[in-house]
Design a protein. Structure first.
Length: 264
């Protein structure tokens, strides 16, 4: 178990995020001045940061390190970045991050080959590729969290719920989802270019690997969604539904990355 401590820490972080989001959601309807579950949020960030550091410094598993870093960047963006925007209850946005963290931890425990040291003697471009793809994951998680919250707030407003007055307003959520998708698109393009450069002559890279195919579909979907929104062919609500579909693709990318032999 100690050898997999970084995996258990990631799972703990995921549980803390999910618990914090659910408690916050419950308290928004019950309390006149609901308190934020800071204890769970701090526990989640500390456990997540420790998992990420261990995976990079001691474990060396590239797939796990990428997923751990990407979800950590998303959590930090939700807790810190949204403090400078007109968004209240940033802890509610952490639900998809918690789910992603648990998915990664479960698949890492099922197939421990992804925990072995495979980042030794890699080129600098390989690490640049990991950073780009982790940033892409973070941006998609932030976009999906904002999109999901947009749809929830819209429904709460129609139902005249008590939560509606305490939840974030719709325009900032829609803007955050769109801007996050723009960042995700840029990071995904950077990740693909750096990944292509990092391919060595001894690698077993294949364009038909499930991870590559799904990443290409994600790139296509993000591009279409952003172009459709820019041309006003879809509303913020339509963009939010498209963003959730893109999140589903991102989860599938992570699952194939952890469950299928390496793509390069």
């Amino acid at each position: 178990m100690l050898a997999d401590i970084h995996v258990w820490l990631l799972g703990l972080a995921g549980l803390a995020y999910i618990s914090a989001a659910l408690i916050r959601w419950r308290d928004l309807a019950r309390a006149s001045n609901p308190k934020r579950p800071w204890g769970l949020l701090i526990l989640g960030i500390v456990a997540h940061l420790a998992s990420c550091l261990i995976s990079f410094l001691f474990s060396g598993g590239a797939d796990f390190a990428y997923a751990s870093l990407g979800s950590l960047l998303a959590a930090l963006a939700m807790l810190i970045g949204t403090r400078f925007m007109s968004l209240s209850s940033p802890g509610l946005l952490l639900l998809p991050v918690g789910v992603m963290a648990i998915v990664v931890a479960v698949f890492a425990l099922i197939d421990r080959s992804h925990l072995g040291r495979n980042m030794d003697q890699r080129s600098l471009v390989f690490y640049v590729h990991i950073i780009f793809m982790a940033a892409n994951m973070a941006a998609i998680l932030l976009a999906a969290a904002s999109a999901g919250m947009y749809l929830v707030v819209s429904r709460q407003l129609k139902a005249a719920s008590n939560r509606a007055l305490r939840l974030p307003q719709l325009p900032p959520l829609g803007a955050l989802a769109q801007r996050s998708l723009l960042v995700a698109l840029a990071m995904l393009l950077g990740g693909m270019v750096s990944g292509a450069v990092a391919i060595g002559p001894e690698s077993h890279f294949s364009l038909f690997h499930p991870t590559i195919i799904l990443a290409g579909l994600a790139l296509l979907m993000v591009t279409i969604a952003l172009l459709a929104r820019a041309s006003q062919r879809i509303s913020d609500r339509g963009l939010c539904w498209a963003t959730l579909a893109i999140l589903g693709l991102e989860v599938a990318v992570v699952v194939t990355l952890m469950a299928v032999p390496p793509h390069g």
